[in-house]
Design a protein around this ligand. Structure first.
Ligand code: CMC
Length: 403
C-alpha cells in the first residue's frame, strides 16, 4: 500500500516521477539545457567554445552579462590575486598523501574538505548578501585550481609549486591549472583544450550537483557549504565522476583486447558481454540529451586532433590508439543501444592525452563547475523559497507501539 505525505494517494502516484525525471523544480536565468541547444545566459555553447575564454564565461555566469574589456581586465586581476591558499589549507594538503595512498580518500574528497576548510577561514563565510557571495565565488574560483595543483605536487612527492602566489600571474586560468599540477607551462594548444573543456563543464542548469547546491542554499545556508555539497554530488560516477570512470573502462577494454584488438570484433565481444551483464557504460547516456550531448563532439574534435599529433604514448599506447578504441566503443553503443556519449567520454580521452592523472579529472570538473554552482547559489539566495518536496510513503501501515 502506498500513501503520500499530505497529498491524496492517487494524486501522489500520478505526480510521482522517479529521479524527478521531467519535473520542473525551479526557475533560472542562468542556463537552458535542451536537446536542441545549450545556452549560458543567452549564449549558445558552440559560440562560447569557439569565441570565449573560460574567464569570460565565468564572468558571464557570475555577473550575469558579457564582460566589457575593462570589466574582464578587473575580474582577472581580482581572481589572480585570490589564487594563493591560506596556510591552514596548505597544511591540510601537505598531510593528504597518506590518506590518498591508503585508498581512504580520493582527490575529490580532498578538494571537498579543502573547500570546507576555506569556508571556516573566510571572513565573509556567514554573510549571504549578494556582494559577499560574489566575493566568495571569486575566491573559490581562484583557489580550487590551486588546491588541485598543490595536491598533485604532494601526490607526486615534489615541492609545492608557487605556494605564496598560487601560480604565475601571467598565465590564464587554464594554463595556470596545468602549471600548478606539473611545474611545466603548457603549450598554447594544451592550454586551449583545457580552456574549452572548462567552458563546456561550467554550467548545466539543474544537474544533480547544482540542484544539491541550490537545496543547501535554499535553507539560507552559506556558499562554502553549498559548494561542498555540490562537490560531494559531482563525485558520483553517474555524474561528474563519469569522466574518470570512462577512462578506467577504456583501460579495462585495452587490457582485455590488447592494442591489436582495436578495430576488430574483440571489442564487439567485450561490449556484448557488458550488455549481457547489464553493465552501465561510463560516459554514455544522459537524462536530458537522448539524441546526443552538444558538448561531446566539441571536446572529441579537439582531443582527437591533439591525440593525432601526440607522441607522448599515454598509458603505453599512442594517444591516437585510445581515440580509435573510444570511437569504436561509441559506434557499438550507438548501433546496438542507440545511446550517445556524453561530455565525460571525450573528456576522459582528452585529459588522458594531455597526461593528466585520471583521479584529477573530476576535480578539474569542479574547478569549472564552481562558476555555475556559485551563480545558482546567488540566484537562490536572491529569490529564495526553501526546496522541500514530498515523498510517496511505501512503508508499513500504521500500527500501535504497545499492542
Ligand atoms: N550504459 C548502459 N545502459 C545505459 C546507459 C549506460 N551508460 N545509460 C542509460 N542506459 C540505459 C538504461 O539502463 C535504461 O535501460 P532500460 O530502459 O533497459 O532500463 C535506458 O538506457 C534509459 O536510461 P535511464 O536509466 O532512464 O537514464 P537516466 O536518465 O536515469 O540516467 C545517466 C542518466 C546519465 C545517469 C545514465 O545514462 C548513466 O548512468 N550513464 C553512465 C554514467 C555517466 O556517464 N554519467 C554522466 C552523465 S552526463 C555529464 C555529467 O553529469 O557529468
Amino acid at each position: 500500500m502506498s500513501t503520500a505525505t499530505s497529498a491524496s494517494p492517487s494524486a501522489a502516484e500520478a505526480n510521482f516521477a522517479r529521479g524527478l525525471e521531467g519535473v520542473i523544480a525551479g526557475e533560472t536565468n542562468i542556463c537552458s539545457v535542451e536537446q536542441g541547444k545549450l545556452i549560458y545566459r543567452g549564449f549558445e555553447i558552440h559560440d562560447l567554445a569557439e569565441h570565449a575564454t573560460f574567464e569570460e564565461v565565468a564572468f558571464l555566469l557570475l555577473e550575469g552579462h558579457k564582460p566589457s574589456a575593462d570589466e574582464l581586465r578587473r575580474f582577472k586581476i581580482e581572481v589572480i590575486a585570490e589564487r594563493a591558499l591560506p596556510a591552514e589549507v596548505i597544511a591540510f594538503l601537505k598531510s593528504c598523501g597518506p590518506m590518498i595512498k591508503s585508498g581512504a580518500a580520493v582527490p575529490m574528497d580532498i578538494v571537498r574538505t579543502a573547500v570546507s576548510i576555506l569556508g571556516n577561514l573566510d571572513k565573509d563565510a556567514q554573510d549571504n548578501s549578494p556582494a559577499a557571495n560574489l566575493r566568495k565565488a571569486k575566491r573559490l574560483l581562484a583557489k580550487i585550481p590551486t588546491i588541485i595543483g598543490h595536491m598533485q605536487n604532494v601526490i607526486d612527492g615534489r615541492a609545492i609549486i608557487a605556494p605564496d602566489t598560487g601560480g604565475d600571474a601571467t598565465l590564464s586560468h587554464a594554463a595556470n591549472l596545468l602549471y600548478l599540477m606539473s611545474g611545466e607551462k603548457p603549450s598554447k594548444e594544451f592550454e586551449h583544450v583545457i580552456d574549452v573543456s572548462l567552458i563546456l563543464y561550467a554550467e548545466h542548469d539543474y544537474n544533480a550537483s547544482t540542484f544539491t547546491s541550490r537545496v543547501i542554499a535554499g535553507t539560507l545556508s552559506d556558499m562554502h557549504g553549498a559548494v561542498t555539497g555540490g562537490i560531494a554530488a559531482l563525485k558520483g560516477p553517474l555524474h561528474g565522476g563519469a569522466n574518470e570512470m570512462a577512462m578506467e573502462m577504456l583501460k579495462e577494454i585495452m587490457r582485455d583486447v590488447g592494442e591489436k584488438g582495436i578495430g576488430t570484433p574483440a571489442v564487439d565481444s567485450w561490449m556484448q558481454n557488458a550488455f549481457d551483464t547489464k553493465r552501465k557504460l561510463m560516459g554514455f547516456g544522459h537524462r536530458v540529451y537522448k539524441n546526443g550531448d552538444h558538448r561531446a563532439p566539441i571536446l572529441h574534435k579537439l582531443g582527437r586532433s591533439l591525440a593525432s599529433k601526440d607522441t607522448r604514448n599515454p598509458g603505453g599506447h599512442a594517444a591516437a590508439k585510445w581515440f580509435d578504441l573510444g570511437e569504436q566503443v561509441q559506434k557499438i553503443m550507438l548501433d546496438k543501444k542507440k545511446i550517445h556519449p556524453n561530455v565525460d567520454f571525450p573528456c576522459g580521452l582528452t585529459y588522458f592525452t594531455l597526461g593528466i592523472p585520471v583521479p584529477q579529472y573530476t576535480p578539474i570538473f569542479v574547478a569549472s563547475r564552481v562558476s555555475g554552482w556559485c551563480a545558482h547559489i546567488m540566484e537562490q539566495h536572491a529569490n529564495n523559497r526553501i526546496i522541500r518536496p514530498l515523498s510517496l510513503y511505501r512503508g508499513p501501515a500504521e500500527t500501535k507501539w504497545n499492542k
